[in-house]
Design a protein around this ligand. Structure first.
Ligand code: SAM
Length: 237
């Protein structure tokens, strides 16, 4: 899987058309950007295992994470992605409608992602990428994860990769969400630095690297089997 799937390159083209940043460096401070290919590949690997399952994405953006997961999920799997910005949701719907292999298996909802996901059944994979930061909201997502299902957030920097003065060494709001959720087994992964076409999309950076280390990480939690709960782990419910 060295080449980017065609749907991903189309989503990157769409992002450029829409002015949706492909990297954090292209984005205004504090504003959203697309998933990098390292994160996309990680999502693709998890999506490929969702046989007969349901995948949810919170925050569609320009459809890049959607494209990665949709390109690799099994034929009998469905994906729901929710985006609050109607312009983005409409554009991504158009992108997917143009792909006969995908159309009908991916639903793009315009609206609040958390309320969308919490009314749609049990998920095999959730990519929480819309800025969920509240512990109760995070808990609501864990409640709709089936046993064995996985919940992914990107951009959590491993502590050892942070410079010494970084306040994120002491407390990273995203890491805290996983830490504060006793129903999850979780870990952090550092993803390979492979940018594909996103690399050439860094205006004004002439050959310099396009993304900081923090964009190349993901935190993944899995909801373990009830056996784990029966073993007496405190707080499981
Ligand atoms: C980091 S971007 C998503 C990137 C995308 N998942 C990808 O893989 O490229 C976050 C997106 O979440 C959207 N968003 C923010 N709050 C939201 C909410 N409450 N419900 C749905 N979407 C939301 C933003 O408009 C933005 O497009």
């Amino acid at each position: 899987m060295d080449e980017l799937p065609s749907l991903v390159t189309h989503a990157q083209d769409l992002a450029r058309e829409l002015g949706f940043p492909l990297t954090r460096e292209e984005a205004e401070p504090g504003s959203a950007s697309a998933s990098l290919p390292g994160v996309g590949r990680f999502l693709a690997v998890l999506a490929a295992g969702c046989s007969g399952g349901l995948i949810g994405e919170l925050g569609t953006g320009a459809g890049i994470g959607t494209a990665w997961m949709a390109s690799f999920m099994p034929d009998d799997c469905t994906l729901i992605t929710a985006e609050i910005d109607e312009r983005l949701a409409v554009a991504v719907r158009g992108l997917l409608d143009g792909d006969p292999g995908i159309a009908g298996r991916v639903e793009v909802i315009t609206g609040d992602a958390l309320s969308t996901m919490t009314g749609r059944g049990q998920f095999d994979l959730l990519f929480a990428d819309s800025g969920v930061r509240d512990q109760a909201d995070f808990g609501a997502l864990v409640s709709v994860l089936r046993v064995g299902g996985r919940l992914v957030m990107d951009d959590v920097t491993p502590v050892l990769a942070l410079p010494a003065p970084s306040p994120l060494r002491v407390s990273d709001p995203k890491r805290q969400l996983f830490h504060g959720e006793p129903r999850l087994a979780w870990t952090e992964v550092v993803l390979p630095e492979r940018f594909g076409r996103a690399r050439s999309a860094c205006p004004g950076r002439q050959g310099r690297r396009c993304a900081r280390g923090s964009s190349r990480t993901a935190t993944v939690g899995a909801r373990p089997s009830p056996l784990w709960a029966r073993a007496g782990h405190p707080g499981y419910g």
